[in-house]
Ligand binder design. Structure first.
Ligand code: ADP
Ligand code: ZN
Length: 793
C-alpha cells in the first residue's frame, strides 16, 4: 500500500499495486515552477507534451497542465497529489518543441507552463469545431453471426446486424458511421443501443474536424511560369548549397522590394520538399499580406495556413492537419514558428526586421529569434528576408560569420526602375484655406493627374482614427483617458462607404461634409491603449468653451479625399475598418480597378503588389520620429522605403511623395536616396556610442500596480536585489531606474520601469537566472520582464 495515496487505505476489495509513476506538470497559470504528481495505473502511460487534469493549490481546484517529464523519481518528504485525468489522447508537443519551450522559458524569463500554453493555439486546446462522430461495428465474429441473427426477433435490430455484416464491419477499423447506418436501415438509435447492451455491436467515437478552407475561394492565384534571373539563380545556388551541408545556418536574403525574394523562398522550399522535408514560412501579420499567402497556396499542394484571421475551427483544422503530417509547408504569422511539423528542413522569416514579430504579452518572444533557435535545434537552415534588415541581423552577419551569411538581390526583377522620390516640406504647404490639410498642393496635383489617367494611388497615414487630440483652445485642456496616461483619439461614427460589387463608382462615394463643431457629437473619443470610449463633450469640461480636434488620423484623410476628389473611389484600410473578409474584398476591388485610392495606416506598407499603382503618398513621415524610442530612426527609414516599394511595380513609372515637417532629418534623407547602407553606418555609430542594441543587449522590467506607493516600494526592493546580484556575481551591466515608464499609467495601473543593459546576452541571462530563483520576481505587484524589447513605451 502506498504511503502517498491515502484513498487506498480504505480500499478493501482489491489491494492495488502502489501507483509509482511520477510526472512533472507545468501550469499555464503563471507560477514559475513545476510540480510532481502521481499517476494511477489506470491512467498510465502519460507522455511528455500531453495535458493532464490535476488538483492544484490549497483548495485542490482542478487545473489543466502540461506533462513535462515522465520518469521523475520521488524526492523529498512531500505527499504527492494524484492526477485526476489525462486530457489529450496524444501529446500536443513533440520532444523538439519541448526543448524549444525550455529554451524560451529560460531565455525570455517566462514560466515554462506559460510558454507551452502559448505554443499550442487556444482553438486546439478547446477543440474548436471538432465533432465526435459515432461509429458502429459488430462485436461478434463472422461464425457467431448466423446464430445471433436467428435469435433476434425484432426486425430493426436484425436489419442492423445484417447491414453491418454486408458492409463487413467486424472490427473497429471497419466500423460504419452511425448516422449513415440509421439512414440506410431507416430507424432511430434505440435498436443500436439495445444491440450494444447485448454486446452484439460496439459503438466507438471518432473525432472529426470540419474541413474549412483557410484561403477564401476565388482568391487563389494561378501558378506563374517564372524563369529566375541571374541574381536569383546565383542566390538559389548559394542557399541550397548551404542547406545541403545539412547543418544549422542562417542566410540573410537582403534584397530590395520586388527583387524576387518571395520567388526565391518558393524555389528553396521546392528543393527542401524534394528531399522529403518540410518548411515553415513566417510573415508579419499575415492578414496584411494576403497576396503572399495566395502565391504560396498556388504553388504548394500540402500547405497549412495559420493566422489570426481564421476562425477558431479553421485554426484547429489547420493545426491538426499539420500534426497529422498532411501538410509539408506551413505559412503563418509569428506563432506559426511553433507549428508541429515533423522533419523540418527550412524556416523562412520574411520581413525579418518587422517589430510585429515580437509578442507583447508573456512569453515575450521574438518570432525571428525563436525561428533561428528552432532551426538550430533541428540542425537545419533559416532564411531571413528583408529589404531593410534589422541592425541586429546585420550585426550578427558581421560577428557570427560561421553561422550567418548574406546573399544579396540588388536589383528589382526585370530591372524595373526605382520610383522617383519627392520630398514635400510641410512647413511650406501645411495650411490650406480651411486649416490644416493633409494633402499638400504638390501631392494633390499629382493625385489629380493619376486619377485622370485611370491609374491608382496608395496614401499612407500612420494613425488610426480621426484626430488624436481633443483640445480646448481657451484653457488648453486636452481630453485624456481616465485609465491611462494618454490622450484620447476621436473616431467618427463609421458609416461604411464601401459599395457592394457592381455599384457605379459615383453613387458609392460617401458624402461626408466638412468638419464643423457639431461633428463632435457624431463620434467617440477612444483610448488606443485600453479601448475605453466616451462621448465627446461639445464644451470643455473645465472652462465651458468649445472644444476642437487637432492631429491627423486616417479617417480624416478619407474625409479630405472625398471632399477634394469627389469623383474618386476611396477605400480606407486600417485596423478599425478591417475584418478579414472585408480586407480581401477591398484588395480585390482595388486590384480590379473598382477603387482608385487606397488610404490607410501602415497595414498598406507591406506585401501588396498592384501594377497600376503609380503614386504613393506618405502623408506624414514624422509620426514615428516623435516617439521616445531609440529605434525611431530605423522605423522611419523602413516605413518610407517599404511604402515606396508599393509604387511603380510595373513598366509604368512610379512616384513617391514624402510629406514631412523634418525635411533635414537623416533617416528621411537617407530613405529618400534609397541609401540603406549609408543609413546603417550612421545609425550604428549612434547606437555604439550609447551602448544600445545591436551592440549591447537590453532588458526591461515593468512593474504595475493600482497603488503607487506599493509599486514604488516593490520597485525599490527589486532594484536593491538586482544590485546585490550584480555585486556578488561581478556582472558587467548598467541598471537604470526605477523610473516612470514612458506611458505612466495604462488601464488604471501605474507603471514603473527598470532598464538593464549588458554587453552580452549571457550576462543578462545570468542575472535573471539568479533573480528568478528568489521570490523577488513574485512580489505583490505585477512584474513583466521583456528581454530584447522592441517597444519601449
Ligand atoms: P520580393 O519578395 O523581393 O518583393 P517577389 O518575389 O514578390 O519579390 O517578386 C516581385 C514580382 O516579380 C512578383 O510578382 C513575382 O512574381 C515577379 N518575379 C519574381 N521573380 C521573377 C522572375 N525571375 N521573372 C519574372 N518575374 C519575376
Ligand atoms: Zn485608456
Amino acid at each position: 500500500m502506498t504511503k502517498y495515496d491515502n484513498a487506498s487505505l480504505f480500499e478493501t476489495e482489491e489491494p492495488k499495486q502502489p501507483a509509482n509513476h511520477i510526472i512533472c506538470v507545468a501550469f499555464e497559470a503563471g507560477v514559475d515552477s513545476e510540480f510532481d504528481y502521481l499517476v494511477p495505473d489506470k491512467l498510465w502511460p502519460v507522455h511528455i507534451g500531453q495535458r493532464v487534469e490535476t488538483p492544484f493549490g490549497k483548495a485542490n481546484k482542478l487545473e489543466i497542465g502540461f506533462c513535462v517529464e515522465t520518469d521523475v523519481s520521488q524526492t523529498g518528504q512531500y505527499k504527492l497529489k494524484t492526477i485526476s485525468d489525462v486530457v489529450d489522447k496524444e501529446p500536443l508537443l513533440d520532444s523538439g518543441l519541448m526543448e524549444l519551450a525550455r529554451w524560451i522559458s529560460d531565455y525570455y524569463v517566462c514560466p515554462l507552463g506559460v510558454v507551452l500554453g502559448a505554443m499550442v493555439p487556444a482553438a486546439v486546446k478547446k477543440g474548436a469545431g471538432e465533432k465526435k462522430e459515432k461509429y458502429v461495428c459488430l462485436a461478434i465474429g463472422p461464425d457467431e453471426i448466423e446464430k445471433v441473427a436467428g435469435e433476434l426477433k425484432r426486425g430493426k435490430q436484425k436489419r442492423i446486424v445484417q447491414q453491418l455484416r454486408e458492409l463487413m464491419a467486424f472490427e473497429p477499423e471497419t466500423a460504419v458511421e452511425l448516422e449513415g447506418l440509421l439512414e440506410q436501415v431507416g430507424c432511430t438509435g434505440v435498436p443500436v443501443n439495445n444491440l450494444a447492451d447485448k454486446q452484439i455491436v460496439k459503438i466507438t467515437k471518432r473525432t472529426v474536424f470540419r474541413a474549412l478552407p483557410a484561403v477564401p475561394e476565388g482568391m487563389v492565384l494561378r501558378p506563374e511560369k517564372i524563369i529566375l534571373n541571374e541574381d536569383q539563380q546565383k542566390a538559389l545556388a548559394n542557399i541550397t548549397s548551404r542547406i545541403n551541408e545539412g547543418k544549422f545556418g542562417v542566410t540573410l536574403l537582403y534584397g530590395v522590394t520586388d527583387s524576387g525574394k518571395t520567388e526565391l523562398y518558393i524555389r528553396t522550399i521546392d528543393e527542401v520538399l524534394e528531399k522529403g522535408k518540410s518548411a515553415i514560412v513566417l510573415l508579419p501579420e499575415i492578414a496584411l499580406t494576403a497576396q503572399t499567402v495566395q502565391r504560396f497556396s498556388a504553388r504548394f499542394e500540402r500547405i497549412a495556413v495559420m493566422h489570426s484571421g481564421l476562425t477558431a475551427a479553421q485554426r484547429n483544422t489547420q493545426w491538426q492537419k499539420i500534426r497529422a503530417g498532411e501538410a509539408n509547408v506551413v505559412i503563418g504569422a509569428r506563432s506559426a514558428v511553433f507549428a508541429p511539423l515533423a522533419n523540418l528542413g527550412l524556416i523562412v522569416v520574411d520581413e525579418e526586421h518587422e517589430s510585429s514579430y515580437k509578442q507583447d504579452t508573456a512569453p515575450r518572444y521574438h518570432g525571428r529569434d525563436v525561428a533561428i533557435k528552432r532551426a538550430q535545434l533541428c540542425n537545419t537552415h533559416c532564411i531571413l528576408g528583408s529589404a531593410t534588415p534589422s541592425l541586429e541581423t546585420l550585426q550578427n552577419c558581421k560577428t557570427k560569420g560561421h553561422i550567418f551569411s548574406i546573399v544579396r538581390l540588388p536589383k528589382r526583377v526585370m530591372n524595373l526602375p526605382f520610383p522617383e522620390m519627392r520630398l514635400v516640406d510641410l512647413r511650406d504647404f501645411a495650411s490650406g484655406h480651411d486649416g490644416i490639410t493633409l494633402i499638400s498642393e504638390p501631392l494633390a496635383k499629382q493625385l489629380g493627374e493619376v486619377l485622370e489617367k485611370g491609374e491608382q494611388a496608395i496614401l499612407l497615414l500612420n494613425r488610426r482614427g480621426y484626430s488624436n487630440f481633443i483640445f480646448c483652445p481657451s484653457c488648453k485642456h486636452i481630453l485624456h483617458c481616465r485609465n491611462c496616461d494618454v490622450t484620447l483619439t476621436f473616431h467618427k461614427t463609421e458609416w461604411h462607404g464601401l459599395p457592394a460589387r457592381g455599384d457605379t463608382p459615383k453613387m458609392a462615394v460617401p458624402q461626408i461634409a466638412t468638419i464643423t463643431g457639431k461633428h463632435l457629437r457624431t463620434g467617440r473619443a477612444i483610448c488606443h491603449y485600453c479601448g475605453s470610449q466616451t462621448l465627446v463633450p461639445e464644451k470643455c469640461p473645465l472652462c465651458g468653451k468649445s472644444m476642437i480636434m487637432i492631429g491627423l488620423g486616417a479617417q480624416r484623410l478619407e474625409e479630405e479625399l472625398s471632399r477634394r476628389f469627389p469623383q474618386a473611389r476611396v477605400a480606407r484600410v486600417d485596423s478599425d475598418s478591417m475584418k478579414g473578409a472585408d480586407y480581401y474584398r477591398i484588395l480585390q476591388d482595388f486590384s480590379e480597378g473598382r477603387i482608385n485610392i487606397l488610404a490607410g495606416t501602415q497595414m498598406l506598407a507591406k506585401g501588396l503588389h498592384f501594377p497600376n499603382v503609380t503614386l504613393v503618398g506618405i502623408i506624414s513621415a514624422d509620426t514615428c520620429l516623435y516617439l521616445p524610442d531609440f529605434r525611431a530612426n530605423e522605423r522611419t527609414f523602413q516605413l518610407i522605403s517599404h511604402v515606396a516599394g508599393r509604387a511603380g511595380r510595373s513598366a509604368k513609372k512610379g512616384v513617391v511623395f514624402v510629406q514631412t515637417f523634418l525635411a533635414n532629418q537623416p533617416a528621411i534623407q537617407f530613405a529618400l536616396k534609397g541609401d540603406f547602407d549609408g543609413f546603417v553606418k550612421e545609425e550604428l555609430k549612434h547606437r555604439q556610442n550609447c551602448n544600445l542594441p545591436p551592440f549591447w543587449r537590453l532588458a526591461l522590467i515593468t512593474l504595475r500596480d493600482r497603488t503607487y506607493e506599493k509599486l514604488e516600494q516593490a520597485a525599490n526592493l527589486l532594484r536593491e536585489r538586482i544590485d546585490r546580484i550584480v555585486a556578488d556575481e561581478r556582472l558587467q551591466v548598467k541598471v537604470q531606474g526605477p523610473m516612470p515608464a514612458i506611458i505612466t499609467r495604462i488601464q488604471t495601473f501605474h507603471r514603473i520601469r527598470i532598464q538593464i543593459k549588458a554587453p552580452q546576452a549571457t550576462i543578462l541571462h545570468q542575472l535573471f537566472s539568479t533573480l528568478r530563483k528568489a521570490p523577488v520576481l513574485r512580489p505583490a505587484v505585477t512584474v513583466a520582464v521583456d528581454i530584447d524589447p522592441v517597444d519601449l513605451l
